[in-house]
Ligand binder design. Sequence first.
Ligand code: MV4
Length: 448
Amino acid sequence: MVSKVLIANRGEIALRVLRACKELGISTVAVHSTADNAAMHVRLADESVCVGPPSARDSYLNIPQIVAACEITGADAVHPGYGFLSENARFADILEAHQLTFIGPTASHIRTMGDKIEAKRTAERLGIPVVPGSPGAVTEDGEAMKIAKDIGFPVLVKASAGGGGRGMKIARTEKELPHALATARSEAGAAFGDDAVYIEKYLEKPRHIEVQVFGDGAGNAIHLGERDCSLQRRNQKVWEEANSPALKPQQREKIGTICAEAMKGLQYRGAGTIEFLYENGEFFFIEMNTRLQVEHPVTEAVTGLDLVHEQIRVASGDGLSLKQEDVTFSGHAIECRINAEDPRTFVPSPGEITHYHAPGGLGVRIDSAVYRGYRIPPFYDSLVGKLIVHGRTREECMMRLKRALDEFVLDGIKTTLPLFRDLVTNHSVRRGEYDIHWLEHFLDGEVG
Ligand code: MV4
């Protein structure tokens, strides 16, 4: 087992990782910027190292400083959390060159999945259903038109180096295709230094359903069911739940098995998420994330597993703590991402938390790094905390969520809590009837 973990992150995820390390008897090192001297992750870690000024580029993304912090403290492993360096293949390579354990997948798997064309090719080869589209990058407009006519309009032009919704252009008709290709190519070139694009059939009203997978790096892999992350705004997830209200147990079993078998074929190591669009009863692969995700607690709630514990075991070469037949699913869980933002405009609202009371009780989990008197710095993402609620049924989970939201006090800044109080009583949400566009229509006042 690794003996001292440096956590290359901040906020609630740094605490999440710290807690798993403490339970396993592993020492912890926090790194922080000068803006985070008073942050909770610095207080709770055994040791801490300041790695730079407020700008994330110069601190949480500063690879030489983070490697130096490992050497100074004698840390033998790094947990990257999510965001920052978590999907940086070069960082994984550099750690390995310094005999440091990266708690994550191999650099090669990170690289493959970071290239969306390569990821899709790999998924298809491994037997995962993909969205119909071009077999690889499209370089000629004529070739693109032929493929688009073949799969039928509307089509979506996507940047291979994109992902998470960046660099996508819809072409609804033949006439629109040349312009969509040109703008997608030039935007991708400017944003990512790679202008490779590919084409997919545009799915009009899908749900976003993702499958949690875990591999031991030696050909053994399991799935931990799915999460429905359709409630989002501008590619930022707002509300996630497990299980998906749209799936029957048999469909879960089928797509889960396909994903686990694929990860065995890849000899994947660590936690991963296989993202699908789901429409008319069919799954279509879009991307794979090679990190622990923000919304992992809903999977923990329905499986009873500690995903960070499993990540550390696998990275240490101890393998997974359980087999697929030992994984059981119980009840329903919902996560609300509470952001320091205006609940209608989503404009960030940093500042001091003047009053704070987090809800508690049966089935209620709060993952947060804030406290009364804490000043949310303006330099990083606006996540203040996550409220995760579990119940035996979706109905019980929703009742409990409403109660927990009513108990929550977080004053001094604007937060998205009022939005969740609206959503939890909304008829469409209560019935689980929503797609990836529903929340934006709701916020525009177009749907009740
Ligand atoms: C799509 C799509 C429709 N058809 N691909 C956006 C984020 C990126 N991960 C992939 N995205 C999409 N890809 C095809 N072929 C619609 C989206 C999409 C979306 C996907 C998941 C969650 C929210 C979304 C919001 C807008 C568009």
